[in-house]
Design a binder for this molecule. Structure first.
Ligand code: ATP
Ligand code: MG
Length: 631
């Protein structure tokens, strides 16, 4: 058994030797000449000189050994469909899609924008793009025309792949009119729109531009499309960040570094083995979907479940029934989904045989202690919080149980992951903080390990300026998250650097105040923002969703509850952290990926324009905040 501290040290100090070993997990068409070319910081070229192909590593190379084994398991509780594709079948479907791309004139380096629901064709579409060296850009299906148009203009796709509709909660959600609107809004015009018609919604066709997938597929049933060997540094995809803090950034990913990082993470972090089943409940529109629905499991020779539907339909046991049925060994979800389940009967979690499951990984947002405890107890399995960003493509902080098993600590996503030279930086002095318990900005010493963003698509300057210039005098990657480390090397995330508020000279993380408020037994969810105040500089204002709304049904009750909550904060953090007011709402403004839109709440509270809201889930939620803030 390896000692994790040594493993991590080596990954940083003997970087090239370490990653050279991890690179053995891939198939190389041409061996690389240099593990990491960092001659032009902060731009890193991983495995320079080598050639490989992402689709080959995810699909083709497995066909000989496990061609008949499940690769993609599609489950839709919306259309009541369940269909499994073996590696051989997946290879055939991907070649058909790739042949269609070629017939539409898509060439190496061209962009293919994918705007689709969670259906197998979306997976084929991604793999087909990288197969021929094209660059995919998946746009989450829940986005409407404005968000889509801005991404079309940024990525400039040759074609768009889409579908008539998705389905949510038993209702069809038409896509095509939104796409048509987006294309008319955009300056860039794709030459073709490839439509998968599920027969869920009627749609208008544009002659000469829109083509039908099923028809074209028939013509390519037996077409062989070999994998295009591309340079290790050839871009594989563009993916936009969630837009929680502003205008989304187009993250550009390479080919080989990404594949090596994912393959290694399957071993050291997720501990999935070839032949097993991986189930990530995310969506292909997010980075977790890219890395751990599609590429990670498949590169590792695992079957992956692609799930269309709600976690609570037909009932809250549906995910666990899939764990039993497909003998899932690794599961990946988000705290927001667990909170949905938490409102349901915990019985649903134990109704099924979960003996195959080794653990549940959660990422994407802070995992609060009550939620973590609830799911750990209800499931009786290890829960592993892991912290990362669209930019990094895979975890920065986690417990690497595959290297050396270690306990999790509530509220902590774990230690610095191998490959990342993580440092806590003092915001004012830009010096490294080594003292345990002292707060700082989470930063990474360059080069970023394989798998992380190469640059911002089409904008090297924005890449340098956004990520590498905020810590003065140092070339260091900033995560823009704020954290603290304990004496054992476990990190705790305190919130985004934007979310730090300054009350009468005290710097407070909104996350800390939120944690404290959530410990009140009647609080289901809470958002805390800093609001400008003439006297104190800023004050904290809280918006809480209650479990039992009757406890705040009258102004008197609400006042009493507010006072109770303030007392909790006083007791836990001190009066300095006490929010100036606690307001009760039924829903909080979030992005479609389930993240709190604190910046929008803050702007509304300060009477400012909330800015880019294209990624917001429910506009009514912000309206509630606005109404309350005005009072
Ligand atoms: P944008 O960068 O466009 O503002 P975003 O940061 O929300 O959007 P993502 O890349 O989806 O886009 O999210 C990454 C962020 O999510 C991290 O920087 C961090 O703030 C938060 N996060 C992710 N995982 C965790 C975790 N395990 N614990 C706490 N926070 C997390
Ligand atoms: Mg971000």
């Amino acid at each position: 058994m390896t000692n994790y501290a040594d493993f991590h040290r080596r990954s940083v100090q003997e970087r090239d030797a370490f990653w050279g070993e991890q690179a053995q997990l891939l198939h190389w068409h041409k061996p690389y000449e240099q593990v990491c070319d960092y001659s032009n910081p902060p731009f890193a070229k991983w495995f320079a000189g080598g050639q490989t192909n992402l689709c080959y590593n995810a699909v083709d190379r497995h066909v000989a050994e496990r061609g008949e084994q499940n690769a993609l398991i599609f489950v839709s509780t919306e259309t009541n469909t369940e269909k499994a594709y073996s590696f051989a079948e997946l290879q055939a479907e991907v070649q058909r899609m790739a042949a269609i791309y070629q017939s539409l004139g898509v060439k190496k380096g061209d962009r293919v924008l994918i705007y689709m629901p969670m259906i197998p064709e979306a997976c084929f579409a991604m793999l087909a793009a990288v197969r021929i060296g094209a660059i995919h850009s998946v746009v989450f299906g829940g986005f409407a025309s404005h968000s889509l148009a801005s991404r079309i203009d940024d990525a400039q796709p040759t074609i768009v792949v889409s579908a008539d509709a998705g389905m949510r909660g038993g209702k069809s959600v038409p896509y095509k009119h939104l796409l048509d609107e987006a294309i008319s809004l955009a300056t860039h015009k794709p030459s073709n729109v490839l439509m998968v018609n599920r027969g869920l919604a009627e749609y208008a066709k544009t002659e000469g531009r829109d083509v039908d997938y099923a028809t074209l597929r028939e013509q390519e049933l037996n077409t062989v499309v070999p994998c295009e060997w591309v340079d290790a540094t050839h871009p594989s995809y563009i993916l936009y960040t969630s837009g929680t803090t502003g205008k989304p950034k187009g993250v550009q990913r390479d080919t080989a570094g990404y594949a090596v990082a994912l393959a290694a993470s399957m071993k050291h972090i997720y501990m999935g083995n070839p032949g097993e089943t991986y189930f990530s409940t995310s969506d292909i529109g997010w980075v977790v979907g890219h890395s751990y629905i599609i590429y990670g499991p498949l590169i590792n020779g695992m079957a992956t479940i692609m799930y269309e539907g709600l976690p609570t339909r037909p009932d809250a046991g549906v995910w666990w029934s899939l764990v039993e049925k497909y003998k899932v060994t690794v599961m990946f979800s988000a705290p927001t989904a667990v909170r949905v389940l938490k409102k349901q009967d915990p019985e649903y979690l134990t109704k099924y045989d979960l003996s195959s499951l080794r653990g549940l990984f959660l990422a994407g947002e802070p995992l609060d202690e009550p939620t973590a405890k609830w799911i750990a107890e209800a499931l009786g399995k290890p829960i592993v919080d892991n912290y990362w960003q669209t930019e990094t493509g895979w975890p920065i902080l986690a417990i690497c149980n595959g290297v050396e098993p270690a306990p999790s600590k509530f509220g902590s996503p774990g230690k610095a992951v191998y490959g990342y030279d993580v440092k806590l930086i003092d915001e004012t002095t830009a010096e490294e903080i080594t003292e345990p318990g002292k707060k700082g900005v989470i930063a990474v010493e360059g080069p970023l390990p394989p798998g992380c963003l190469q640059t911002v698509w089409g904008d090297d300057q924005r890449y340098v300026k956004t990520y590498w210039s905020s810590i003065h005098n140092k070339v260091m990657y900033s995560t823009f998250d704020w954290g603290v480390k304990d004496e054992d090397g476990y990190f705790f995330i305190l919130g985004r650097t934007d979310d730090v508020i300054n009350v009468a000279g005290h710097r407070l993380g909104t996350r800390e105040i939120e944690e404290s408020i959530s410990s009140h037994s009647n609080v289901a969810e809470v958002a805390v923002v800093g609001v400008a105040d003439q006297l104190k500089g800023q004050v904290a204002v809280a918006f809480a969703v209650l479990k039992d709304v009757s406890k705040a049904a009258t102004p008197e009750l609400a006042k009493a509850l507010e006072a109770e909550i303030m007392k909790v904060v006083d007791a836990q953090l001190g009066a300095v952290a006490r929010p100036a007011s606690v307001k009760f709402v039924t829903v909080l403004p979030k992005t479609r990926s389930g993240k709190l839109l604190r910046r929008a709440i803050q702007a509304v509270c300060e009477g400012r324009d909330p800015g880019d809201l294209t990624t917001m889930e429910d506009p009514a939620a912000l309206q509630q905040v606005k109404d309350l803030a005005a009072r």
